[in-house]
Write a protein that binds this ligand. Structure first.
Ligand code: X8Z
Ligand code: ZN
Length: 601
């Protein structure tokens, strides 16, 4: 055999070997990811179980237990060995599979929340997170009656005053009471700002904000551009709604028409949605005589009608779905959430459902998260990719079902509305634009929240500017002003749950809002062949299959590709603007001769 033949033979053998055995870089990644996932699953489960207890029964001993478990998880996910191995594997990126690269990205970003190279900071951060949560949800909100007698109230009760009362003084008292909690959270927020940034910067991110944005495969500048684009394109519609509301509410409260909307005039503590303003559409009234249990069961039934399975026994036994009965000492986190504790069959929801429109929608929203968990918990999706295509998708599925559940044909089918009920289409649409996750939500989510958190982390906003900056953005984006001076003794941003315990991620909701209109538009027009403003998903298995095809791969596919494949479009406000087009025409006429207080951005 001459030397040429020898070289040829080696090449043939190498080719054959390459064909039948895996690239060593891939095998190494497979082995690492498998052992990481197994350990992660166990530790995360322990940490989630302890955290569940700390959120459903707030007391110091549960906080301590949660801290211990969080630390054990952090020691593992942030360990130097994990960071070094993941980085080393990513050095040969081109030899890894797409799934491996995605999983390693998740490993790195998880480590960046708690890098083991700065253990004191990580310990402090875990302690501070837990304390902030307990301070937020352990807080006693107090309202004084006309005789000055103080009464401890729940946030559900504060919300009820803000939705129902037409007494401006009573409204102001409720609104002010809802902001008191912020004062107690201000030092904690400053501490968290420092610790979160230290952790992210240790791993090379410019800030904690950049770390959270990185999960979308986007830079901070790209994310802020996306938010600013949403704000600009929806501004004309928002401006008309804002003008309309100024005049409408001034008349209702018998006050002069203000330039900017006073915060306490609005039916939500942050002005993020304005439900219940339209007299012609009494959605809360639909739920008179219904129970909280009915609300959650009806949401489940909606999903089941589309071909999803019934929720497992574990969900019904372990979830904490209703307010703590009066006279009970226990305190719980009163903000709705959905949990996937073991990345497998232990999924639960934490809510405080009472039978009204807000909780009807919220219950659909939370079950959207739960059904997403169920769908991507399948053998094709590795544990680390059991997530939404991006976090916005996770928020979007349940919100989509909330839009679907508020469509008239569905409400009629449930018997909540008479078949022959006379409905003023435009008033219905107007109510819809003011409801949660709709037009008035964008200035809050893409504007106030995203810009404030951007500044908090990216610019290290100093504590003595927290409140000033917050209100600057509330006025600029939402056209809302406080009822009186709000100096730096307050921290009104921190009265919003997410600022404390779901930080630097509120753009998720803005994205989910835009996205859900695109998916809804596709379902209504292409699958149901019905009007997107008047359609019924109930019982349609094709709709269910379409949703499952989005949910089932979890985070194993690129979110942009999924959107393009499923709707034929990139992320765009088109569908949302079309949905509200008749409303824009109506409001322009309605507002003729009135001045707008919403300037162009
Ligand atoms: O926090 C939530 C959900 C839990 S993931 C209830 N939402 C945002 C909020 O309440 O501020 C849903 C819409 C926006
Ligand atoms: Zn959610």
């Amino acid at each position: 055999m001459n030397s040429n033949n020898i070289i040829l033979s080696i090449a043939v053998v190498a080719l054959l070997l390459a064909g039948c055995s895996e690239d060593p870089a891939r095998s190494e990644a497979t082995a690492f990811l498998q052992s990481y996932s197994e350990e992660f699953q166990q530790l995360a489960y322990d940490s989630d179980k302890a955290s569940w207890l700390a959120n459903t029964d707030i007391k110091p001993e549960h906080d301590s237990l949660s801290v211990v478990n969080d630390k054990a998880l952090a020691v593992f996910v942030g360990s130097k060995a994990v960071i070094e191995k993941a980085r080393a594997l990513l050095e040969h990126e081109d030899r890894l599979t797409d799934s491996q690269k995605r999983q390693l990205g998740k490993v790195i970003r998880r480590a960046a929340h708690q890098p083991g190279t700065i253990p004191e900071t990580v310990d402090e951060l875990i302690q501070a997170n837990t304390e902030q949560n307990s301070r937020l949800f352990g807080f006693d909100f107090v309202i004084r009656d006309q005789r000055g007698k103080a009464k401890v109230v729940s946030t559900n009760e504060i919300d009820q005053v803000l939705v129902e009362s037409s007494d401006v003084r009573e409204r102001q008292a409720a609104w002010e009471s809802s902001k008191e909690v912020g004062k107690t959270l201000k030092d904690g927020l400053e501490n968290l700002q420092r610790l979160r940034n230290e952790a992210a910067r240790e791993m090379g991110y410019s800030s904690f904000f950049e770390l959270e944005v990185a999960d979308y495969g986007m830079s901070v500048a790209e994310m802020m551009q996306l938010m600013d684009g949403f704000l600009e394109e929806l501004r004309p519609l928002y401006s008309e709604l804002h003008t309309w509301a100024r005049y409408e509410l001034a008349q209702r409260y018998n006050q002069p028409v203000p330039d900017k909307l006073p915060a306490h005039w609005l039916p939500n503590r942050w002005g993020q949605n304005w439900p219940g303003i339209i007299d012609a559409v009494d959605l809360d009234g639909l739920y008179t005589g219904k129970s909280a249990e009915w609300t959650v069961k009806t949401s489940e039934d909606f999903y089941v009608s589309l071909g999803f399975d019934a929720l497992n026994q574990n969900f019904w036994e372990r979830s904490d779905l209703y307010p703590v009965p009066e006279g009970t000492e226990r305190k719980k986190n009163n903000h709705a959430s959905a949990w996937h504790l073991d990345y497998d069959q232990d999924y639960r929801s934490l809510m405080s459902v009472v039978p009204n429109d807000r909780w009807f929608r919220t219950s659909h929203h939370e079950l959207g998260h739960i059904y997403y968990y169920i769908e991507y918990t399948n053998p094709d999706v590795p544990l680390l990719l059991r997530r939404g295509a991006n976090r916005g998708y996770h928020e979007g599925i349940g919100d989509l079902m909330a839009i679907a559940s508020s469509q008239r044909p569905y409400l009629q089918q449930l018997g909540l509305m008479q078949e022959d009920a006379e409905v003023d289409e435009i008033q219905w649409l107007l109510n819809d634009a003011l409801s949660s996750g709709s037009v008035v939500f964008i200035p809050f989510s893409a504007g106030t929240m995203s810009h404030f958190e951007h500044d908090l982390y990216e610019e290290n906003l100093p504590k003595d500017k927290f409140n000033q900056r917050w209100w600057e953005y509330v006025e600029k984006y939402q056209g809302i002003v406080p009822p009186g001076p709000r100096g730096e003794e307050y921290c009104d941003a921190a009265s919003k749950t997410h600022i404390n315990n779901d930080p630097a991620q509120y753009y998720d909701y803005a994205i989910s809002c835009i996205l859900k209109f695109q998916i809804h538009d596709h379902i209504a027009r292409k699958i149901l062949k019905q009007d997107p403003r008047n359609c019924n998903y109930y019982g349609n298995k094709e709709v269910g299959d379409f949703l499952k095809s989005i949910m089932r791969p979890g985070a194993s596919r690129d979110w942009r590709e999924v959107l393009r494949e499923k709707t034929g479009e990139d992320l765009s406000v088109r569908a949302m603007l079309e949905y509200y087009q008749p409303l824009l025409e109506f409001l322009k006429k309605e507002n003729e001769g009135r001045t707008s207080a919403i300037a162009e951005l």
